[in-house]
Design a protein around this ligand. Sequence first.
Ligand code: AMP
Ligand code: GLY
Length: 404
Amino acid sequence: MKVLVIGGGGREHALAWRLSKSPSVEELYVSPGNPGIAAVGKCEPAVDYVQFAEARGVDLTVVGPEAPLVAGVVDRFRERGMAIVGPTAENAALEGSKVHSKRFMERIGVPTARFAAVTNDAEAREALRQFRLPVVLKTDGLAAGKGVIIAQSNEEAEAALSSLAYPMVIEEFLEGEEVSFIVLCDGKHGVALEPSQDHKRIFDGDQGPNTGGMGAYSDSRILSSAMRGQIMDTIIEPVVRSTAFTGFLYAGLMMTPAGPSVLEFNVRMGDPETQPLMMRLESDWGEALMAAARGTLTPDAMGWSPEPATCVVMAAAGYPGVPQTGQTISGLDSVTDAVVFHAGTKRSGGDIVTAGGRVLGVTARGADLQDSINRAYAAVGKIHFDGMQYRRDIGAKGLRRYNG
Ligand code: AMP
Ligand code: GLY
């Protein structure tokens, strides 16, 4: 079949890389793609994805990022009877609006932090009195992981009120391990991918501001099969049943002493979680995605390697603020033992240069978690661009947990 991937970041590079190895996929288009993706598929920009797919006889379209989903790309494909993996615009609002998402969870009984939805300073101050410190403030709309402030003091909470836009969710701070639980859904059923863990803060030891994600690893030991079952029963299945959800449902979970609690839903795969996940996937990805689009997903739709994988994000100077762009990237060709997924890169003459905040996702599989970490960092050590920043401790929490 001919497959179109919509997007052009690290997640889409990983999706396309895996699709390019699927026996069921004959031709692969990625729109707009990026210089790394160009090695595995045909990259072309599109004004209108429906027209693009029709003109090329595309059999299946997979949507990477949330923006086209929120804009209704899935609805438009379905109106024409074209196969696509992703949620409707209505269901994409689960990610597009935190207020909507929290109210929805409350209504169907999905465990999530206690919250108040507020629309102005007076309501916010009233709500803040009901929560202990630290307290979490979240702006309602899409904010690329940067619309959340964890206030440690009343002064910080007050400052957050002026730096975040209304409407806002104010919620209880939860403690525990965060897990990314991503499920492929066909409108009736969900089949979980392997668990993974993101590293959201910019600096080692989870210090500094939140980012879109500075690295991720996937290891089966992150969740027992009993816990996976509990998450499917209490969180995923209720959502799929009540919304006829299609596409990727990503539950950002906090594993609290009282059980898993939903921090947020995303309606797409995670970036950078997709990068290690795609390195662990061993079955035909095109077939699994087509089954999801057709409503014929089976529990054995995906097969996974037991070997863990780790992705280290190399980011530009300035990120997560305004990134410095245009720096020449060297060493890409010397990496042999890992896959370098491109995120913010572009071609400039004969060079690949930086063109965004998160530049590369250097990803490796290994015999165990430590081995996958070693391989990823060995590859990182061969790559250079001026001002590059990356965390040195991706996967370290996992190592401490399993070895301790
Ligand atoms: P969100 O966009 O809602 O996932 O929030 C971004 C990040 O903020 C999460 O990945 C957590 O690290 C942190 N966070 C969000 N909500 C809470 C909460 N209620 N308690 C503790 N940390 C939170
Ligand atoms: N890595 C977090 C996200 O994709 O939302």
